[in-house]
Design a protein around this ligand. Structure first.
Ligand SMILES: *Cc1c(COP(=O)(O)O)cnc(C)c1O
Ligand SMILES: [Zn+2]
Length: 430
């Protein structure tokens, strides 16, 4: 297929070194375009994703090369749209987070197979967003952007602020004005600009799209808008890591949170790449999507048997997942249906219960998004949709310290006592 030249800025016309990335390819019509800061197909407006020239043939050699690589997502640089020397550049080196074998949680949920929690709160800014931003920063450098920006439900703003600070770029991020304090402080502490928008995430996102088309946004790389194809590839590293940590094997079932649906979509892409490259043995796997009931447009469509996703106005404590009009929603429906998985949602109360359950059984304090995945896992087991005898990986994508308000009202000291033994005995804790 011919490679068309996409409408690009001058800076993008320079030759770019993004490693094995060879072109942008339309997910809908397959048309190819030159690598540049564009995200929509000029032919059909479909989303663009990265096409690669992967090293052919030698899976054993590739596996060895990965295993000898750095202890970060850059061990997978041969499979990402980044230059080969990426690990040597100033960046936050995210990834290689723990895959925790969760036997006590499994027992509580009635799971008899191997249950693992992929704990992405262990990233530099305590959410999975460091993975996607690290990839977007390389694209921003390649295209000569000087300001890094994003529309964010919270975690992305912090990840962009930190990555820009490390890379020596200016940052200016946009968030809904009513986010959790932990997310706002985390976004602002790295010294970039943080703009609260009076509206929800979907309003923020619409505003950013306008800004990109305006002279005021010139030279700005919006990691999840005009750099979205590069950003999105960062989520593949979750698939790579999970399989490598399982001894280069596919899990049977994965439970993944859905905001825009990008992460879920690209984890599936990563798994299929590993199969195609011969790095794992091909076998069926099921992908399950998780939403909060107060923002469950994909779950509603899945359960209703619809192909079209009806946008909603989010109302949930799981603010990091509160995208009412998820861009990758239709692909999530395709993937969950194709793999034999499902999309399910839980109430805010179930989210809080699940956060506490994970903390109590495994010592992992998840943010609300982790409560959503654990809560949905429980619900899917009870419904018989998830097979309790198989290997299951549940994602925790963020840190509970950023969403303290979710658990604070029902979590606190067991007692307040005077500093003497008598007072301690009276409290009945001995
Ligand atoms: C952004 C985010 C997600 C998923 O986002 P997608 O838009 O679906 O890729 C999941 N968990 C947390 C904590 C997030 O911040
Ligand atoms: Zn197209």
């Amino acid at each position: 297929m011919s490679v068309l030249t996409a409408p690009t800025t001058d800076s993008a016309a320079r030759s770019v070194d993004l490693g094995p990335a060879s072109a942008l390819s339309c997910r809908e019509c397959g048309q190819r375009f030159a690598l540049g800061p564009v995200f929509a197909c000029a032919e059909c407006f479909g989303p663009l994703e990265i096409a690669y020239d992967f090293p052919a043939g030698d899976p054993e050699g590739l596996r060895k090369r990965i295993e000898a690589g750095p202890n970060s997502i850059w061990r997978y640089a041969p499979l990402l749209p980044v230059p080969a020397d990426v690990a040597g550049k100033p960046n936050l080196n995210p990834g290689c987070t723990p895959l925790v074998r969760a036997d006590r949680l499994a027992a509580e949920l009635g799971i008899t197979g191997a249950l693992h929690v992929k704990d992405d709160s262990a990233n530099p800014t305590h959410s999975f967003k460091d993975r996607v931003v690290a990839n977007a920063v390389e694209a921003a450098r390649a295209f000569g952007f000087t300001t890094l920006s994003c529309s964010s439900t919270g975690n992305l703003a912090g990840a962009v602020g930190a990555a820009a600070a490390r890379a020596g770029l200016r940052s200016c991020v946009f968030i809904p004005h009513d986010l959790e304090q932990g997310k706002v402080v985390m976004a602002a502490v790295y010294g970039g600009e943080v703009v609260g928008i009076e509206g929800n995430y979907d309003d923020v996102n619409r505003f950013c799209s306008e800004l990109i088309g305006d002279p005021a946004g010139e030279g700005w790389g919006f990691v999840n808008v005009n750099l979205r194809p590069y950003y999105a590839e960062g989520s593949k590293t979750l698939a790579y890591e999970i399989c490598e940590q399982l001894g280069w094997q596919l899990p049977d079932q994965l439970v993944i949170p859905i905001a825009s649906g990008s992460q879920l979509t690209k984890i599936d892409k990563g798994l299929r790449e590993l199969i195609d490259l011969g790095l794992v043995e091909d076998k069926p796997y099921k992908i399950f999507g998780a939403q909060a009931e107060g923002c469950s447009p994909v779950s509603q469509a899945f359960k209703g048997g619809h192909d079209v996703i009806r946008p909603v106005k989010p109302d949930t404590i799981a603010k990091s997942l509160a995208i009412g009009n998820p861009a990758d929603g239709p692909y999530v429906l395709d993937i969950t249906r194709r793999t034999g998985g499902a999309v399910e949602d839980v109430t805010d109360e179930q989210v809080v219960d699940a956060i506490k359950l994970l903390a109590r059984t495994e010592g992992i304090f998840a943010e609300t998004a982790g409560g959503v995945t654990v809560g949905v896992t429980r619900k899917l087991i009870e419904a018989g949709a998830l097979d309790p005898s198989l290997t299951t990986v549940v994602l925790n994508t963020g840190d509970g310290l950023k969403t303290l308000d979710a658990v604070a009202p029902t979590t606190g000291p067991s007692a307040i006592i005077r500093p003497n033994l008598e007072s301690f005995r009276e409290a009945g804790l001995a």
